[in-house]
Design a protein around this ligand. Structure first.
Ligand code: UDX
Length: 441
């Protein structure tokens, strides 16, 4: 076995592109594969097709080193790689809570016939528990070398906006393996991180799959817990932000993911908890995670509450009212609009007849594509011009730094709804604004 296995990374979306680039920078020879020719061409030419701080520089470094190449050809990947990382998406099936496994399965089916020597296929995608065992059988049946092409699972915990540090200095590595050989391959593929002292849990396939969905479920639960407290605060006159601060001093609770507001969105948390509920019900253990339905429901209610606050500020009826929406990305430092709470709220305001103008520092192109019914403006001031209500829905620093006096000069009504607790209410009130926030009466 090679000391430094040759790696392929199949699927060059957010996860795959980051993984391929970082592994090349760590000194591995990497072949990255995607069926999307345009994506492959862009990456090969040094362009990262999504917003991630630091990644374009890392891509150039990887390309300059000569250790990173791109292709659309799975046969080339089969011939090249010792360890193949599968990084394709597992989106929610339309009209169902289930995860769509067709891409992951398609990669295994497409790659297997080209595996002519012992190698390891490693799933990184988030999948329902039991998928890896099924794919292992599929692989053994389709690969010319049979069981000598092994399958392992190595879940990924990277956050958008922190992709590089989460890949190069991860909180932990999880190796789901079915044999000692698979473990040795994975150790060889992650040697620099293991040497640097990154903790590693070696376990079976099912546990490895579960670690990822359990982690995301826990994080979602923390957010919905504090948002449930926000609902109580709103009806009692208490202040959820002060409550959260006080809870966080207890290090058994901890302050991270305890930030109340418009709630979670993005390509992972919402669909992962739904797929988990779906899978548990399939297994007859739905009761064990039925609380996740509540987690999802609390999260959805924050969006309704935000729409209610904007409507209230508009005098009870949104028809014909101009509303400025600040933010479209599901969180700051990202251009990702998948299941973005901000755009969901904007869409609902639009459906109630408001004329909605959106600005986001990074996500405008994506938002225009997914929400053509909305209007967009190139700056916060432009979006606010003539608005009766301003709603801050993604907490970009640019919005935190807005001058309420200057903004007050362009709006039609000085009314702001702060759904992310990003503004200093006292300053805005002093500048003549009606300031409403989530989580306070
Ligand atoms: C998440 C997990 O953190 C990561 O480990 C996993 O690999 C993928 O899913 P990501 O989707 O990039 O990462 O976003 P994250 O930073 O976790 O935020 C998720 C959502 O929760 C965002 O919409 C954010 O605004 C929201 N959030 C986060 C809160 O509402 N309150 C908080 O306290 C923290």
């Amino acid at each position: 076995r090679r000391l430094k296995p040759r790696l392929t990374v199949i699927g060059t979306g957010y996860l795959g592109a980051t993984h391929a680039i970082c592994m090349a920078v760590l000194g591995y020879d990497v072949l990255a594969v995607d069926c999307d020719r345009a994506k492959v061409d862009a990456l090969a030419a040094g362009t990262v097709p999504f917003h991630e701080p630091g990644l374009p520089e890392m891509l150039r470094k990887a390309l300059d080193s000569g250790r990173l190449r791109f292709t659309t050809d799975l046969a080339e990947a089969g011939a090249f790689g010792d360890v193949h990382f599968v990084c394709t998406g597992t989106p929610q099936v339309a009209g169902s809570m289930a995860a769509d496994l067709s891409q992951v399965e398609g990669v295994v089916r497409g790659l297997a016939p080209h595996l002519t020597r012992p190698c390891l296929v490693v799933g990184k995608s988030t999948v329902p528990v039991g998928t890896a065992a099924r794919l292992a059988e599929l692989l053994a049946g389709l690969a010319p070398v049979g069981a000598a092409a092994e399958l392992a699972w190595n879940p990924e915990f990277l956050r958008e906006g922190h992709a590089i540090e989460d890949t190069l200095q991860p909180s932990r590595l999880v190796f789901g393996v079915a044999s000692e050989t698979a473990r040795e391959w994975l150790e060889a593929a992650f040697r620099p991180l293991l040497t640097a002292g990154v903790p590693c849990v070696v376990t079976d396939l099912a546990t490895a799959e579960l670690v990822k969905v359990a982690a995301n479920s826990f994080l979602a639960t923390k957010i919905s817990f504090i948002n449930a407290m926000a609902e109580i605060c709103e009806s009692t006159g208490a202040d959820v932000h002060e409550l959260s601060t006080a809870l966080a001093y207890d290090d058994r609770i901890g302050g991270r993911f305890l930030k109340p507001g418009l709630g979670f969105g993005g390509g992972c948390l919402p669909k992962d908890i739904r797929a988990f509920i779906h899978r548990a019900e399939e297994l007859g253990t739905g009761e064990s995670v039925s609380f996740l339905r509540e987690v999802d429901a609390i999260n959805q209610r924050r969006r309704s509450r935000t729409v209610d606050l904007v409507r209230e500020q508009a005098g009870g009826d949104l028809a014909g009212v101009r509303v400025c929406v600040l933010g479209a990305a599901f969180k700051p430092h990202s251009d990702d609009v998948r299941d973005a709470p901000a755009l969901d709220v904007a869409r609902r305001l639009h459906e109630e007849g408001a004329s909605v103008v959106v600005h986001d520092p990074q996500a405008m192109d994506n938002a225009r594509r997914t929400h053509p019914e909305l209007e967009f403006a190139d700056g916060a001031l432009e979006a606010a011009a003539g608005a009766a209500v301003v709603a801050l829905l993604t907490e970009w620093d640019q919005f935190r730094g807005l001058d309420p006096v200057r903004l007050g000069e362009v709006v039609a009504g000085r009314s702001v709804v702060d759904a992310r607790n990003a503004l200093d209410g006292a300053t805005w009130r002093a500048a003549g604004w009606t300031y409403r926030a989530l989580g306070v009466a």
